[in-house]
Write a protein that binds this ligand. Sequence first.
Ligand code: S3P
Length: 414
Amino acid sequence: MSRLVVTGGRPLRGRLRVPGDKSISHRALLLAALAEGTSVVRGLSDGDDVARTRSAIEALGATVEGERVTGGRSRLHEAADVIDVGNSGTTMRLLAGVVAGLDGLSVLTGDASIRRRPMGRVVEPLRSMGAEVDGRDGGRLAPLAVRGRELKGIDYELPAPSAQVKGAVLLAGLAAAGETVVRERVRTRAHTEEMLAMAGADLAVGDGGLTTRVRASELRPFELDVPGDPSQAAFWVVAACLAPGSDVVIENVYLGPARAGFLDVLRRMGADVEVGPGGEVHARGGARLRATTVEAHEVPGLVDEVPVLAVAAALAEGVTRFEGAGELRVKESDRAGAIVSLLGGSYADGVLTIEGRAALDVPPLVPSGGDHRMAMTQAVAALTVDGPTAIEGWDSVATSYPGFEADLERLCRS
Ligand code: S3P
């Protein structure tokens, strides 16, 4: 198993760009696969998760040549083999929505983590749209077998906040008779709606972003520059805030709906972070942080940033609470458990509690559990302590940020 050794106690300085946003990258490929003609997508995430979505659309008959993606329902066909999404939950769930409306059989599987994660949340609404879906444990677990059927629109209220489930239902709605309505109680990331509108879908968003309606639509090809991933930027922002003398600027970060919540929380904690034009995020170290309460309605807007925010909380004055954080248990790993083993504190009834202290006590060897965001969170924690920390299972970081180590070296050198 691969390891990264991180030596802490140094400031981070410099300007950088993070990989293209992962959520936008997946959707760009899937929508381009459905759009009749050639789309141009620049700046896709270079991680393995997005490579899996690319392979999936190629298996279904789309072609990808550099930045050019050629698709259209007329050229898509049944894949010749099982589609393996690797570690990518977004590929699995969004793709289930796409293939539910395509002719033929699709079998979707993934790594051991994917095969543990809940899939009933997409299977259930897709079945009520008329899709024929089966899977292990009655359809609750992957592998999933989806046979394309004539679909009909549904009016669906999400039982748990999930942009992946919202996206799956809306993508299936593109091929469904009548109207498909998705209602959310709390707003999750809005990429599917934003990008469907860009590609000309018959779509309407109302109730302050909480209700999305879509009708069967043929998408038109588009040109897109994928902005930087705020969830990756968050690692550098927190690392810079925690290391005195740090000064880091991240350029071109997407800060749209339900993605920039981590910046609000850090500002509330007293961190020195500013946002400039063009999605530029500027973070400086040295400010004393204080604890905060992150309320349940805020969590969908920073769900992927909770692990690294917890590191900031562990070095803040007072006790920080993340409320309504139950979704953390069903991510690439049980992140609630992983955060508590790294930082102490407790998790019960959806509430993660972290006590602040003067310095972290990070053991010399920490296991990532095969979870890319936990590995990078451990790297940020390791940067706050003097001496080396080895992160075991570092290779998981390739799913979303293959260049993390190179960027870390650059920021620590300048
Ligand atoms: C994502 C949505 C979130 C997030 C994941 C990406 C997306 O998951 O954790 O990393 O692109 O829609 P949920 O929708 O399951 O909360």
